[in-house]
Each structure stands twice: as C-alpha cells, then as structure tokens.
Design a protein around this ligand. Structure first.
Ligand code: GL2
Length: 819
C-alpha cells in the first residue's frame, strides 16, 4: 500500500447525483447506519441519514483537498479560535455541493420534506457573537477561495446558553446541541495529545551541555480531536474544523472504586471532562476565571502539538515553518500559543531560544477584535505561575528581550516601557495577553479601517511605535452563501434573473444590479420579495410568541448581543419618545413600525439584563395601548441565534447599527442587513464608516457623534443633565421610564439605569438622542416615498458585495499569510 503513488491509490466509485439513487442511499444509511426501518424512522433519523449521504459526497472532495495540499507542498493556514458560531450546516453544505434539487426530490420521493428535517438540525452555537460567527464565515470562505486551512477550537458539550423569558427577564438554560449525536463529525482517537497543568520546571544540563528546561506537570488530561469537514462554494475544496475534547487519562480510579468510593473514583474523570463542557458565555468581557485559562491553554497546546507533528511528517525540521505554516490568532484567547510554541521548539525539539523566537514570530499573526479595556485579557501572575510555570518563565524571557530592545535600540522612556511590558505592574501584577500576542506576531490586524486606526492611537500606541510596520487592517466580511443565497432564496432568484449568475461566484459582481435601482418594475419585484420575507418573520413571531405584527409596517430591527455600548437603550428611549408623540399627536400621519429586538446578555451583566426587561416591559405597555392604534409595536424575540438571524435579516426594512462611535470594532450584522436590502440607521462606528463609502451617503442614514467627539467629551466631561433639560422629548421619555410607567409592579426598577444617563452618560445616550430621533424621522420621510425607499434598498444590495468574506480572506491570504 505505502509503495503506491498518491495518484494510484484505490478510490471509491464515483457517486451519482440521480435523485433515485440518492433516495436509495438515504434508505441505506437509515437501515445500516442508524438501524431503523423506513416505517418507524422518526424525523431526526431522516435528518441523520440525509446528513450522512451529504457527508459522504463531501468526504470524496475532502481527501482530494488533503492530497492536493501534500502534493503541492502548499502553505497551510491554521485559524485558532475559542469560538466557532456555526449554526446549522446541512443546507449550506447541500447548496455548496450543488445538490439542493436532487436531495429535495430524493427526500420527497420518500415522503420527507427537506425543509422540515432541516429545521430539526440543532444550531452549533460554539460562540458568543460576532467574533465566533466571523470564524465560521472565514472557514467557509477559506474553503471557497481554495486555501488549505484548518480551524482549531473546542468541542463544547454545551454551546451558548438557551435564553428563556420569565416575566420579561432573561433566564439561562443549558443548550444541548449534541443530544441527538452529531453526524457531521469524525472522532479521531488516534489524534490525541497530552496536555499538562501545574507542577514544576526542572533544569537539566547547564555547565557543559546546553541547558534545557523540562516542565513536569502535576496534572494531565488528554485532548482528543473531532473533525468536521467544511465545504466551500461549488465544492472547490473541503477543509477541516478540528475541535478538541478533554478526556481523562484514567477513566476511573479502580482502586478507589473497589474500596467503595464510587464518586471519588470518577472525580478525575469529571474534572477532565468539565474542561470542555461549556462555552464561556461572556461577550467582550474577561472571563477572569481559572477554567477559562485552562480552556485556552488546553486547545492551544493540542493544536500546536498537532501542527508541529504534521509539519515534521512532511519537512525535516522547523526552519521552513514560517514558509509552510501560518497561525492566525482569533483575538487573544489563543495567545498562550506563543509561549507554548516556544516551549515545544526549545524544550521538546531542542532549538535555541533565538532561533525558536524567529520561527514563532514568523508563523503567528494576531487579530484584535475589541478596544474595550475591560475586554483586554490579562491573567494574574500568580495564577499563570501556578498553572503554567514554564510558560511564565518564557513570558519573562520574551519580556526581557523586548524591553531591552525598546530601551537600548529605540530609546524608549519609562512611560512607554511600562505600556509595552508584558507585565502590568499597576496593582496586582498581571500578564497582558494583547501585548504577548502583539510581540509574538509579525502581523497585527484590526477588523475595520476605523478600529485599526484607533488601535494605533490607543491600546497599542507604544507597541506600534516600537514595531511600526506590524499593524494592518482587514475589514470583516460575511459569507454571501449563508447570508444571501441560503437565507434569502427569493432575492437570490430575483438577482439572478436580472444580472445572471456571475455574482454567485464573485459577490462584487452585484454592482451590475445598480442600474436596476432605477427600474420601477424591478423595484416592485424587489419589494415583493421583501414583503414575503416579512410575512415569514411575522408567522414566526405569531407561532413562537402569539404576537401579531403587520407585514406592511416598517420592520425596524436591532439584533446582536445586549451591551450598553451597542445602545439598545438609545433605541428603547426613542421608542418611548415616539410612543408619547403618537399619543399626543394622533392627527399626524405616523409611519407604522414594528421594532424588533433580539439578543442575549452575559449572565453576570446586570444592566444588560435590565435592558432586556425594559424592552419587554415597554412592549407590554405599547402593544396593549389602544391609543397607539397598531402604529407602533415592540417585539423582543427570545433565544437569538444564527437560525433566527437567518429569518430576521432578510425581513428587515431598517437595520439599527447605533453603537457609541469608537466602541464597535467592526460589526458584521450591519453587513448582512444591507446586503439583503435593508436601509441602515447608524453611527460612524466600525465598518459602518466603510459601508457609507460603498453604498453612498444617499443610501444610508448616519447620525451622531464621531469617535473623536466621543473621546473628547469623555476626556473633558459633558453635561448630560443640561442636554436632557434642553430636549423635551428626551426628558419626558427618561422620566416616564425612571418613574415606573412601564414597570407599575416595581416603579423603581429602571431608576438606576436612567440615573446612569443623567449622571455620567458614558455611552452618549443623551448626547446622541436628538440626532438619533431626527434621523428616525428622516427614515420615516424616506419610507413615505416608497419609490425612493426601494431605490435605496436596491442600491444597498448592489453595492455591498465588497463585504463578502471571500474578499476579506483573500486579503489575509495575500497580505498576511502569503498563502
Ligand atoms: C467583536 C466585536 O465586538 C465586533 O465589532 C466585531 O465585528 C467582531 C468580529 O471582528 O468581534 N469582538 C468581540 O470580542 N466580540 C465581537 O463580536 N465578541
């Protein structure tokens, strides 16, 4: 066998895409893989059988892709991410391999509806929000643009919590995506690595032999791989998402068990497994807990051991590593990888520190996703010292080299030295993971043009001074397969009729649609597609919540994590102001609106949870007030996830992207809405700035303070009280919320939240209110001229192709990975 050339290896027979044959294959999987007779098969069995058939077709391409990478000695890209917010996979996979009609027909010949079983597939919610969803879009785009890539992450048994509402309050329940098994994945028992924690470091050699350090961990667990194939558009290439699961070294302590300690005998086993049990539900705030650091090291170490093993299979040593391997760190969560790489190269493979450092820096690159100070990870020195003693030594060694270089070569002063140091000495000493990721990488990128500039000016100003050619920008993108073709087949069909199929392979070809914005007939069809998508959302809301909404009203949508900087509160205060206006001026022609909200709050984030309660309280009052005459409705849809986004995004007329300027690194929801023909109301924040450049000022409604103005107001102090007094609408809205108009059962419930606006207004809710309210009335005016509205929405779709993640990935590939 081993003597055969790759080209001569025996291959399975090619598979047919004839629906009859596929139907037979589905039955075959049902019978022999699931062990069910057609007669007794449950919908979930059909789903699994169908996925197995689809998966088999993908496997053929998968092996081909792997062989190709070996044969061409291609550079491999490794995307290390603690989060992959995948959602459902089946529909995407079927569509990417071009078998949608065939599988639908095959299933329907068996009396099974593809849409029904597709709806049963659980969302793989292994991420919190934008950062995790970006990783999922990137995986699909890397396969599409034919880059040999692996995603590495953790196979959490429980993904992001399920959100339920109890009397309008968020309640978190465990999510169980693996309850019916996971037919996509392959367990790879042979790809297992030992991961250590704690213990001590011993020094061997020294005086005559070269000195070497040996880490003797006190605890060890096994990391075992699970592989999921990720197929690109038109099946171009199939890459691997490799997720690690923690296993105990000894499944049971038999002696303890036999001695009668039945629980104690499983303690080690439980401890190991708890490592990969749950996704950390914090979004952009530091977890600050040992378990989180253990997760980070666990998956970093397993991934690096795997990467280095694969490299040595193909190459004699590690000098070629930077030419053959790129490791992208998705935020600082995997930043400990830099120390682990140094440890493996020096302590295990015997390289000299300086040589190892060159290889490490040449291999790693780092993406920063937030400037929020509370989200910049750092770990207490004593914790790192106890959990990863050898890595702490390496941190000190890297730090010494860097600071000597900064002081001697670059003549940096104390103040700058303090800011670039890996150790934060203010208060309890902590290791700064952002600085470690920066210093250990050859490229550091931001995720929008504005964010990248702010990185240079703020958090990384001094490191940027030290290494001025490292920071670069890669504006985020979204995969048009999921976020246009899959979620909006109506629009996709209409666009194909108008401009042909080129845009399916190159989203930037959507610009050909621009001239159709002036075609009244086309605009009508475009509006009709939107109407049908709104009907679908209205039905979903009726089914899930028993609330009826009118699809002819403007659907105004804000969906994202609940966070003060994202300013759902600004939207809610304006909603209350509008409610007051509608009641005071019933004679005016109000544009009927439905305000939709959805999103999860970090379980420990008090104000975010209060904002959810406020949305629900406001909804109850407004929706039941006959004086509103249905002109305004408020709906908070529980349990926001990728699948719900796929229903809401195509149904939006207005997309709310209203974060305090300077605080949203990029955003990606903003791109999804505009691509699907929504108008954006937004601040000059994150990627909104570039969206404005692409769609043009006539086709987006921008308001509010700039990042610079926000920074100035914060530095010099602004006077929210004076601002509130000058705005009658704002003061009335705030005082009605604060005084309990929406919370008669607990009148002071929201007093603290509103006090925050009066006393500090850190997020500029008061400062931006009037501008926002004016912008909303401008939106109403555009809506009242439906021709004008529809022209703008068509232009949005036509001009958003640049925000495809294929473009983003090509930029990473040429400018960072050189792959
Ligand atoms: C985020 C940013 O907040 C968001 O603006 C950005 O679009 C994404 C992806 O780059 O990253 N950073 C972060 O920590 N989370 C994000 O969503 N959770």
């Amino acid at each position: 066998m081993n003597n055969l050339n790759a080209a001569d290896l025996p291959r399975p027979a090619p598979r047919s895409s004839n629906p009859e044959i596929m139907a037979a294959e589905i039955i075959e999987r049902l019978t022999y893989r699931i062990g069910k007779d057609v007669k007794v098969a449950k919908p979930h069995d059909w789903l699994t059988a169908t996925i197995l058939v689809v998966r088999d077709r993908i496997i053929d391409k998968w092996m081909e892709s792997t062989r190709k990478a070996y044969a061409n000695n291609s550079k491999r890209v490794y995307y290390l991410s603690l989060e992959f917010l995948i959602g459902r996979l089946m529909r995407d996979a079927i569509s990417n391999i071009g078998l949608m009609h065939e599988i639908r027909d095959a299933l329907s010949s068996l009396g099974v509806d593809l849409d029904v079983i597709a709806g049963l597939e659980p969302d793989a919610a292994l991420g919190n929000g934008g950062l995790g969803r970006l990783a999922a879009c990137f995986m699909e785009s890397m396969a599409t643009v034919d880059i040999p890539a692996y995603g590495y992450g953790i196979r959490y048994v429980h993904g992001l919590f399920r959100q339920q509402m109890a009397d309008g309050w968020q309640v978190e329940l465990p999510e169980t995506w693996l309850a019916h098994g996971n037919p996509w994945e392959f367990e790879r028992r042979e790809s297992s690595y030992e991961i250590g924690f704690g213990g001590s470091v011993e020094t061997i050699g020294g005086y005559e032999d070269p000195q070497r350090f040996v880490w003797k961990p006190a605890e060890r667990v096994i990391a075992m791989a699970y592989d999921t194939p990720v197929v690109g558009w038109r099946g171009t290439r199939v890459n691997t998402l490799r997720l690690w699961s923690a296993q105990p070294i000894d499944p049971i302590l038999l002696a303890a068990f036999n001695a009668g300690d039945h629980i104690g005998a499983l303690r080690e086993s439980n401890k190991a497994e708890s490592l990969t049990r749950v996704l950390y539900p914090a979004d952009a705030t530091p977890a600050g807990q040992e378990l989180r650091l253990r997760q980070e090291f666990f998956f970093s170490s397993a991934s690096l051991q795997d990467i280095l093993r694969r490299h040595l299979q193909q190459y004699p040593d590690f000098t070629s590593l930077p030419d053959k391997v790129s490791i992208q760190l998705n935020d600082t969560h995997p930043a400990i990888s830099i120390c682990e790489m140094m440890r493996l190269l020096c302590d295990v493979h015997g390289l000299e520190f300086d040589d190892a450092w060159k290889i490490t820096q040449g291999t790693f690159s780092y993406t920063n996703h937030t400037l929020l100070p509370e989200a910049l990870e750092s770990w207490p020195v004593p914790l790192l010292e106890r959990l990863l003693p050898r890595h702490m030594q390496i941190v000190y060694a890297i730090n010494a080299n860097t600071l000597v270089y900064a002081r001697k070569e670059k003549k940096m002063a104390d103040q700058q030295i303090r800011s670039i140091s890996l150790i934060d000495e203010g208060g309890e000493r902590r290791v700064r993971m952002g600085n470690l990721a920066f210093i250990g990488s050859h490229s550091i990128n931001g995720v929008s043009a504005l964010h990248t500039e702010l990185m240079k000016e703020t958090v990384f100003a001094d490191l940027h001074g030290l290494y001025p050619d490292r920071i670069n920008n890669k504006t985020n993108g979204i995969t048009p397969r999921r976020w246009l073709m899959q979620c909006n087949p109506g629009l996709t069909g209409l666009v194909r009729e108008a401009i042909g199929d080129d845009f399916l392979d190159d989203a930037e070809k959507l610009t050909a649609l621009d001239r159709f914005a002036d075609d009244a007939g086309f605009r009508e069809k475009f509006a009709e597609v939107k109407r049908l998508n709104k009907v679908r959302l209205a039905n979903t809301v009726a089914q899930r919540m028993g609330i009826r909404v009118d699809p002819s009203a403007m659907f105004d949508i804000q969906i994202k994590r609940i966070h003060e900087y994202k300013r759902q509160l600004l939207n809610l205060v304006e909603t209350v102001a509008l409610y007051d206006q509608i009641r005071s001026h019933p004679e005016l022609e109000w544009v009927p609106r439905v305000k939709f909200f959805a999103g999860k709050a970090a379980p420990s984030y008090h104000n975010a949870k209060l904002i959810i309660k406020l949305a629900n309280d406001i909804a109850r009052v407004i929706n039941n007030d006959p004086a509103v005459r249905g002109l305004l409705k408020v709906v908070f849809i529980p349990n926001y996830n990728v699948s719900l986004a796929e229903i809401m995004v195509p149904a939006a007329d207005l997309s709310e992207q209203i974060s305090t300027a300077g605080m949203e690194a990029s955003g990606t929801g903003n791109m999804k809405f505009a691509l699907n023909g929504a108008l954006t109301i937004g601040t000059l924040d994150g990627a909104n700035v570039e969206m404005l450049e692409h769609v043009g000022a006539d086709n987006i409604v921008i308001f509010g303070m700039t990042a610079e103005e926000v920074a100035k107001a914060r530095a010099e102090g602004h006077n929210p009280r004076a601002i509130i007094e000058q705005s009658a609408e704002l003061s009335q809205a705030l005082s009605s919320i604060a005084s309990g108009v929406f919370s008669p059962d607990d009148r002071s419930r929201f007093a603290g939240l509103i006090d925050g606006i009066y006393n500090s207004d850190w997020f500029m809710v008061a400062a931006d209110f009037d501008a926002y309210a004016d912008a909303q009335r401008k939106v109403d005016a555009i809506w009242s001229d439906q021709d004008s509205w529809n022209t703008k929405t068509v232009r949005n779709t036509a001009r958003m192709g640049w925000f495809s993640s294929d473009r983003t990935i090509r930029q990473y590939a040429t400018e960072i990975w050189r792959a």
